[in-house]
Design a protein around this ligand. Structure first.
Ligand SMILES: [Zn+2]
Ligand SMILES: [Zn+2]
Length: 320
């Protein structure tokens, strides 16, 4: 009974707990420090619950990727912060230059609404950028070579939440944040979107046997995200939402069949074993062919030569 209760309450508990922590952090004199304390506490809580009530027991086993997962998380966070700083100054610069011509365009944000409504509006707006970037990364082979790193794991757990190639996370953040800057959203909206994204992100990857019920129709839950990691593309190219699933539902990519999510996850291609290899692999021709699961050019050529020789031999047999 306790198990059933926990599996229904843990997701909202971690999410709301994280947001309450963020609320106090934002009001303190050291917001970044206290936010990180909250973040690490939620990670510890999720990691403990993963041990006590795993969704998939085999996902508890080590896969040798923990160091890489953490390293990509740190690098992506750094790259994202730099990009956010650039994208913050870019629209501001544009605004100062063209303000006399376009006055009004950059101030359409409804500042007068209560903060809660502004954050919801900000989340839905940012989500469209996140959705489009994520969907593009799955449907376009050029971007897939960067996003494949995130999908190359054989198990889902709290630690590989932030396993993103920095090009992938930069692209996503650019598409989701620049529109908000252009619309004139204030800083607290960005902080709250950051907090919501942080906690929902940790939870989407968690290996806890949670039952999320009606929440599956609003948020990107572990259940929906497990389908998104499926090896089967028909199941995997769905549920692109990062925080909310509103765009998946509107644009026809929402997938939530009435059965247990698959545990057959991963990609058909191959990603390098070590951190540096994983960073540089998508930039090389050979490396990206490996990621895409395509044969090396030399093998294709050798096969073509063999087929041609066979054809020639057959033709000469026929003429003789
Ligand atoms: Zn994906
Ligand atoms: Zn994921």
């Amino acid at each position: 009974m306790l198990y059933a209760f926990a599996s229904r309450t843990l997701w909202p508990l971690f999410f709301i707990g994280g947001l309450i922590g963020a609320h106090f952090a934002f009001q303190s004199s050291a917001p970044l420090f206290w936010f990180n304390v909250t973040y690490l506490t939620v990670i510890a809580g999720i990691a403990l619950a993963e041990r006590l009530m795993p969704f998939e027991k085999t996902w508890l086993a080590r896969d040798g990727e923990t160091f890489n997962d953490v390293a990509h998380t740190m690098l992506s966070k750094g790259a994202v912060q730099i990009l956010a700083a650039i994208s913050a100054s870019l629209p501001m610069g544009v605004a100062t230059l063209v303000q006399p011509l376009t006055s009004g365009i950059f101030h359409v944000w409804p500042d007068q609404l209560p903060m809660f409504a502004q954050v919801v509006l900000g989340l839905v707006t940012a989500e469209l950028g996140l959705y489009l970037a994520h969907r593009f990364a799955h449907e376009n082979l050029y971007m897939w070579r960067f996003h494949a790193l995130h999908h190359s794991v054989g198990r889902l757990w709290v630690v590989n939440t932030g396993r993103f190639h920095f090009i992938d996370s930069g692209f996503k953040i650019a598409l989701s944040q620049i529109p908000l800057y252009l619309l004139g959203a204030p800083l607290p909206v960005f902080l709250w979107i950051g907090a919501v994204t942080a906690f929902i992100g940790l939870l989407t990857h968690c290996n806890i046997d949670v039952r999320t019920g009606f929440l599956d129709y609003i948020f990107s839950t572990p259940r929906l995200h497990r389908w998104h990691h499926s090896l089967d593309l028909a199941e995997g190219n769905t549920n692109y939402g990062e925080n909310l699933v509103v765009w998946d539902q509107l644009l026809g990519t929402y997938f939530n069949p009435p059965r247990e999510p698959t545990t057959k996850i991963g990609i058909t291609g191959r990603v390098a074993d070590n951190f540096i290899g994983q960073l540089v692999q998508p930039f090389s021709y050979k490396g990206s062919r490996k990621i895409l699961g395509k044969k090396p050019q030399s093998v294709i050529e050798a096969e073509a030569r063999k087929a041609e020789a066979k054809r020639q031999a057959e033709m000469s047999r026929q003429t003789n």
